[in-house]
Design a protein around this ligand. Structure first.
Ligand code: NAP
Length: 264
């Protein structure tokens, strides 16, 4: 069982014990979310979704320690897998109060890296980045939508990135990642409008975690001052505070780790 003694509750605004789904839970910020959620007395269950649970040793250890953790095969690019995951969750007959999509892709070890110039563009990498970073959260939403509560508070949050902001783009580069995250942002805004029509309590947002020390950012941390490079624990803590502070007026917004709105 995770130690709850050091932290104040971060699920305070939910109206009942929370059932959560974290995608991309195998490592990085997603894994930290699972750990942090387990420190909450107000957590009923966390579905920890990842592509290969049998290889996710840290998640398996958490599931052995705490029966609230349930491992789930989940690939945000595969509708068959998503449909099966939704069926498995539906069998428990618990509404999903909180969804945090952490699946994301910036580079492939030994493979494509973020583009510096036009000549670096590759069609296959654009497609892969768009599948995971762009369409992924939307397909996830398509399959879990039926599990979200109709009346009570629920949050669908997806980790986007500040570099997906068109208004904030001053440096250029990183075409595939920027473009796909910008697409994600549009999908989430559109999704927020649809979800709000059928559920008063839903808040659907894009979140930016800040530069966080994970495998995704590791090759690009050179110019980042230490105080601006967050641990995964800090990133998860900060984002949970943002999530807990969200109200209906925030539906369809894009928020940074400190709660500030980011321009689209
Ligand atoms: N770290 C940062 O500085 C930073 C900054 C801004 C935004 N973000 C965003 O935050 C999110 C989490 O990033 P991170 O730093 O924690 O990255 P990470 O450590 O590289 O973890 C990425 C996660 O995404 C999962 N994933 C990749 N493709 C997937 C797919 N098709 N279906 C399901 N899961 C998939 C990975 O699972 P496998 O183990 O199966 O590969 C892994 O769990 C990403 O969306 C990223 O863009 C991060």
């Amino acid at each position: 069982m995770a130690d709850a003694s050091h932290c104040t509750p971060a699920l305070a605004r939910f109206e009942r014990p929370v059932t959560a789904l974290v995608s991309g839970a195998s490592r990085g910020i997603g894994l930290a979310f699972v750990r942090r959620l387990l420190a909450e007395d107000g957590l009923r269950r966390v579905w920890a979704g990842c592509r290969r649970p049998e290889q996710a040793a840290e998640l398996q250890a958490l599931a052995r320690e705490d029966e609230r953790v349930r491992l789930l095969v989940l690939d945000v690019t595969d509708e068959g897998v998503l449909a099966t995951a939704a069926r498995v969750m539906a069998e428990e007959a618990e509404p999903l109060d909180l969804v945090i999509n952490c699946a994301g892709l910036l580079h492939a070890p030994g493979g494509p890296q973020p583009e510096r110039r036009l000549a670096d563009i590759r069609a296959d990498w654009l497609a892969e980045s768009f599948a995971v970073n762009g369409a992924g959260p939307l397909l996830l939403a398509k399959h879990v939508e039926g599990l979200l509560p109709r009346r009570e508070r629920a949050v669908f949050a997806s980790l986007s990135a500040r570099v997906g902001s068109i208004g904030d783009n001053r440096l250029g580069g990183w075409y595939a990642y920027r473009g796909a995250k910008a697409a994600q942002n549009m999908f989430l805004k559109t999704l927020a409008i649809e979800l709000a029509r059928r559920s008063r309590g839903i808040v659907c947002v894009a979140l930016h975690p800040g530069t966080t020390d994970t495998g995704l950012s590791a090759p690009f941390q050179g110019g980042v001052p230490p105080e601006k490079l967050f641990s995964v624990e800090r990133a998860a803590e900060q984002l949970l505070r943002v999530i807990d502070g969200l109200g209906p007026r925030d539906n369809g917004g894009f928020f940074a780790w400190n709660g500030e709105r980011i321009p689209w």
